[in-house]
Design a protein around this ligand. Structure first.
Ligand code: GDP
Length: 591
């Protein structure tokens, strides 16, 4: 395999390396390395970057031992959520609410908010910062607004966990649904404690006992049935059971003995972010360890901030945010991403350098290394045939944008796909319309506004603009759009068969003949396949049909008939005509 002398000492290379640098490191001509890459299905040119895994395989094929450079740690690491026993101080539990659509997640979050907030404060709680806190029996509980599974998947990428307890909402009148099971699985995989809220118990047809049975079937036996799953009957509408639910959340959290380090550098997670017209980049953070203070320098992903102001979930200014608290932070240089972890640094220089290193690291990770295996190659060749529905997406906050990206990526099959040509946080602007026009794209706004003057411009420029507040309405519409782009399926049905018993006249374009219908029925204008000893000779159309020398509209199995067939095939005695109809059927993305 290798015609190069095997290196005795390993070659050390970084996480990503340009093909030319890699060749230099190996002491080989670049063409040889490119050739070896191609043999392994990697199409990379001299200046392109390859990742370590690729380099290691190619290196080994060429007779070298490749080792990775000791990895620098530019990425801000996830906060250590659990401390050693006795270490740290108690902190509020972080709770997320999950469950099947329409089972009442939003209503429950609202009900918890309103039942625990004094009326005089209610004016301040409407702002959306990604989380809020409630007080029960003198203890704080932090609720995340982010749909639980999105929070889980975004954070898993960073190796972080931010939730302690998942409240699984099941509507008592509807029972456990596939999405309920998925929510339970996500929570279990994330190692999160469960509390099941059996919601809508006020409704007629509510059957909390049946829900408990269904939970038992899933291996979640309710506590009151001798198992260990905490279930609470609630009604987000009447408020019934809400306080008990909070007590249960605290009880379950207590088993976990949740603690945080109260001092030292502050660490946490970005739970919401957007660009504010007046305040610049704004992010909500969930503090996990250490106190975050006004004036601190913090690094989050590829950006950093000198904390200019801190606000609590009610929008009130605070100077310190403690572990377990959500807080709104201003002072960022750029909008950090949802799910990024943050850490405070000792000064601006350190913070700036750490964020720059992180930016480089992210860039290296996103470098398109084109690793193509056989199946992908076929896919790539066919890619020219994939019809794309171009969209320009604007959303209120970074979190929404991320989940839109995730959802829209799923809307595809081999023939059609959604292509996001551009996406950003913020209201729809005139340049978005111009861009959508150039790109031939639909302009989609999620939880964002649009002035009537802009609507007029979009109208004039014939740019389709759709505004949504609910993600599944958006995905449903796009799915419908894609399905409309799918070539319809042609469904063929064989309706009858006839055996030729006589041929009376044959011209270049037609045959006058007679025979017996051996299966089904036949009728004029129907198309047919002409078969001789099971071999297909060609096709034809029945132009004229007679029974007993009379024009017939249909002839059935067992009956004899005479006919004229439009075809170029010279039909002979003994041939079989197979009659069929076709119907075009609209297709769906999944079929
Ligand atoms: P989500 O999709 O899980 O966020 O569900 P929503 O909170 O939007 O609720 C779906 C529907 O159920 C809405 O029409 C709510 O008004 C209704 N709903 C939610 N909770 C209750 C409840 O406890 N009782 C009744 N009767 N209706 C409820």
């Amino acid at each position: 395999m290798a015609d190069t002398a095997s290196a005795t000492t390993p070659i050390i290379i970084p996480e990503v390396i340009a093909v030319s640098d890699f060749a230099a490191a190996l002491g080989l001509p670049v063409t040889k390395v490119i050739g070896e890459l191609m043999r392994n299905g990697v199409m990379a040119t001299i200046n392109e970057q390859i990742d370590f895994d690729t380099a290691a395989i190619i290196g080994a094929d060429l007779g070298f031992e490749i080792e990775a450079e000791a990895a620098p740690e530019p990425e801000v690491r996830a906060a250590k959520v659990k401390l050693a026993e006795g270490e740290g101080e108690n902190r509020p539990p972080i709770v997320t609410v999950m469950g099947h659509v329409d089972h009442g997640k939003t209503s429950l979050l609202d009900a918890i908010r309103t039942t625990t907030v004094a009326a005089k404060e209610s004016g301040g709680i409407t702002q959306h910062i990604g989380a809020y806190q409630v007080k029960r029996a003198d203890r704080w509980i932090t609720f995340l607004d982010t749909p639980g599974h999105e929070a889980f998947s975004a954070l898993r990428q960073h190796g972080a966990r931010m939730t302690d307890v998942a409240v699984i909402v099941v509507a008592a009148d509807d029972g456990v649904k596939p999405q309920t099971k998925e929510a339970i699985r996500h929570a279990q995989e994330a190692g999160v404690k469960l509390v099941v809220a059996i919601n809508k118990v006020d409704k007629e047809g509510a059957d909390p006992v049946r829900v408990r049975q269904e939970l038992t079937e899933l291996g979640l036996q309710p506590e009151d049935w001798g198992g260990s799953t905490v279930t609470v009957d609630v009604s987000a509408k009447s408020g019934e059971g809400i306080e008990k639910l909070l007590d249960m959340v605290l009880l379950v959290a207590d088993i976990e003995d949740l603690r945080a380090r109260p001092d030292g550098p502050s660490e946490g997670v970005i739970i919401e972010s957007h660009l504010d017209a007046g305040r610049g980049p704004v992010a909500s953070v969930l503090v996990q360890n250490g106190q975050l203070r006004v004036g601190d320098y913090l690094v989050a992903g590829a950006t950093y901030a000198k904390v200019r102001s801190l606000g609590d979930y009610r929008g009130r200014r605070i100077t310190i945010a403690n572990p377990g608290m959500p807080a709104v932070v201003t002072g960022f240089k750029a909008v950090p991403a949802f799910g990024d972890v943050y850490r405070t640094e000792t000064g601006e220089k350190v913070a700036r350098e750490a964020s720059a290193a992180s930016a480089r690291h992210l860039q290296a990770k996103s470098l398109g290394v084109k690793k193509i295996d056989a199946s992908q190659l076929t896919a790539a060749i066919h890619a020219g045939n994939v019809k794309e529905l171009n969209v320009v997406v604007k959303a209120d906050v970074q979190g929404s944008l991320e989940s839109l990206h995730e959802q829209l990526a799923k809307l595809r099959n081999d023939e059609v796909a959604v292509n996001i040509v551009s996406s950003a946080v913020g209201d729809i602007s005139e340049s978005d319309i111009a861009f959508a026009k150039t790109a031939g794209a639909i302009l989609i706004g999620f939880n964002v506004g649009m002035s009537s003057s802009l609507k007029a411009i979009a109208n004039r420029d014939k740019v389709a603009v759709r505004l949504y507040k609910v993600i599944y309405e958006l995905t449903d519409d796009l799915r419908e759009g894609l399905e409309g782009m799918l070539a319809p399926e042609i469904v063929e049905t064989v309706v009858g068969e006839l055996e030729i018993m006589g041929v009376f006249k044959t011209t270049k374009t037609a045959v006058v003949c007679g025979g017996k219908v051996t299966k089904g029925r036949i009728a004029p204008k129907e198309t047919m396949r002409i078969m001789r000893k099971k071999e297909l000779l060609g096709t034809g159309m029945l132009s004229n049909l007679q029974r007993d020398k009379q024009d017939a509209r249909e002839v059935f199995e067992g009956e004899m008939c005479g006919m004229s067939v439009t075809t170029t095939v010279a039909i002979e005695i003994g041939d079989t005509l197979e009659f069929y109809t076709t119907e075009s059927k609209a297709r769906t993305l999944d079929a």
